[in-house]
Write a protein that binds this ligand. Sequence first.
Ligand code: NDP
Ligand SMILES: N[C@@H](CC=O)C(=O)O
Length: 791
Amino acid sequence: MVGKVVKFGGTSLGDASRIARAADAVVVARSEGPVAVVVSAMAGVTNRLAGIAELAVQDAAAAAAAARALVASHADIAAELGAAPDGDLPWTPARIGRQLDESLPALAAGDAAARDILLASGEKLAAWLLLGVVQARGVAAAIVPAEVLVRTSGRHGNAEVDRTATSAAIAARGAGFWQGLLRIVPGFTGASPDGRTTTLGRNASDYSAALLAAALGWPLEIWTDVAGCYSADPRLVAGARLLRHLSLADANRFAHAGASVIHARTLEPLLERPVPLTIVNSFASDAQSTRIGGEVSEPLRGLALRHDLSLARGARALTAAAAFDQGDDVYADAPAAVVAVSEDGAETAVPVALLSVFDDTAGASLPHRCREALAASDLVPLALWWSRRERCVRIALAAADGQPALRALHRLLIAGDAPVPIHLAVIGASGRVGRRLLELVAEQRPSLRARGFDLRVVAAVNSRKAVVDAAGIEPAAVGARLAAANEATLAQWSHDLLARPERPLVLVDCTASADVAARYPDWLAAGIDIVTPNKHGPSAAAPLAGAIAEAQRQSGARLLHETTVGAQLPLLRTLRELTSAGDRVETLEAVLSGTLSYVLGRLQQDVPFSAAVREAVALGYAEPHPGADLSGADAARKLVILLRALGVAIDLDEIHLQPLVDAERLREPDAGRLLDTLEDQDAPWQRAAEAARAAGECWIYRASWQGGIAQLRAERVPLSHPLARLLPCENALRLSSSYYRAAPLTVAGPGAGIDLTAAGVFADLLEVIARHQPVEPLRQMPAGAPLRAVA
Ligand SMILES: NC(=O)C1=CN([C@@H]2O[C@H](COP(=O)(O)OP(=O)(O)OC[C@H]3O[C@@H](n4cnc5c(N)ncnc54)[C@H](OP(=O)(O)O)[C@@H]3O)[C@@H](O)[C@H]2O)C=CC1
Ligand SMILES: N[C@@H](CC=O)C(=O)O
């Protein structure tokens, strides 16, 4: 009886809820026939184990503690799942813990065999966890140690698999063994001829699963965090298309050229003993998938980019065949200009990109069309040639031209005139800024479409409900769709959003929520751009601020938040540009709260304090909870953001802050009730305003930064003071700097309001969209002597 092999990647087993979901999928699969499961270690675990191996060399006690913590975290997850496996098991967290303890001296001595035992324990612990949940679901299951199946060389860290011996070992168990109990096999692991545990190199669990599937002759499903192979890396190319059916041979050509998702090594056993492979998105199993092998296949049309290559001038040369891809003669028909590489090229090497263009429908015209497409985008290749063996066009480019060329060629050869989809998730969609933003999206969509973009709202969220719909939600229907939607917590909708394969995805956070801002690192790390007027992220304390910066650095996704200070006023961008042009700010004073500027301005017009606050709320200047304005906290966040834009490392708790009204009353959580308490402030503020007027002065809520001290407080200033001349609600910034010493730079204007804020958010959104412009401007090739080699 034919069964199937199901492999779960680390993200699919990333936490208790994902393990439970994987177990559910296994139970369904088991109800349909025999199943063997291969598991990776939980996401991040192999990196932690590698870190422990390094630590053991320097600090054995710290390594032991880290190993214990890691093993204990798996036991905690089993407790959370309420499912620990029973029966006689080859290992348990306790056994693995003891084994790691015992191996510490060998690890400290740098023993490669001990390191392999340590690294392989991640998959074993994951197998143990999944076994427990599957058993708790009533499925009879058992673990098979990979060491008894996968036969390898003795090379620790990256062992070679003896495929013949491995197939024989798998077959030797007999059909009954595989068709009876559900078998769970840890991936990434094998054993040397003398029985020592070996590991197969990073990301090798797919390979383990392919070995098992080929030996059993069972189809393979790989459950991972993407839907499959795309016509180009969807993180780099907006509108990349999912390739639904590929032959094994075409998938192999594509993988060898550097296409992501499937490693060429995974395909090797399947090419020898063909069984179909399906890639399934664990987080959106409703989504489409890629099926490799099997009855149906489509012509390969896709682009793969490698940028881990370099091109050298002079020096000792190797054949590119050896340097690029062992045993592959793809360069045999390449021009002489790109067939050699410097071996000692560290000093002379220039990074290059190598783009492989496959279009099996194009015939002999493909090189010519590639040339034309590049020329149309003002991109100049270093070399372009037809690879007979791989039936693709290879294009060597200066490294900086790699991604622009990828996008340009994808658009011109594959996507055609189809607009680039830009997916939008609007958080805070029923709020004032959120609603106005959705109106702007509806208004501006036609002009964006004319520029080649299709702006689609795919998610809308408020504090209680969420709609996620890849087909798109009409902006005008968002309110009704949310009203009809199910309740969803932040954790739930964030999880659903992270699972969506659509890119580019821009999350617009129109809340004032710190909890939402705390999720920014996760979203950014997943390649989701964020646009926001919410000050909680950019003014967050160092740990969150650092995580946000790091996630942007690693993923290339960006957080844009120009409206967090002064709404639509050009403040942050101006300061960043000045700083990067070498200016050094010496002192700064500002009015940063639109609400307080309005309230204090209205006092001068004889409007009572409490009435002025109500007006500011009604006009849309105030925060969702006006206590944030009256306490000065909102303005303090703006000052932090402003100073950080100038390169000043400062946290909120370093600001000297004097609230406008007493802190006690600001504890009232209900905004309406807080407003009801304010009338007793009318008389004192009326007296204060009259006294100021009599002295030829007025009140402002002044922010300042001088001598390293940042403060905010209500102050009386002469009417001649530049910050006294503001209209109610206006903000102003005045700074002296090395460039603005003779006369300070002043920027002033309306600094709050729903329309202005939504317009500023939309402007940030346009900036993100512009990054996905399919054709990019000409980039210069690196200067220097003629370039003549690729590696
Ligand atoms: N007004 C202005 O002049 C300016 C405002 N800003 C900023 O704009 C942002 C939005 O302000 P505004 O539109 O007035 O606020 P609103 O109170 O009108 O709207 C806030 C929205 O966020 C939603 N929300 C709150 N908490 C969560 C959560 N945990 N998860 C998901 N959604 C949540 C609310 O849901 P629900 O509808 O269910 O309550 C609501 O839809 C704020 O950060 C503000 O500081 C920035 C510059 C200027
Ligand atoms: N409440 C703020 C507006 C948004 O940042 C203000 O009054 O300035």
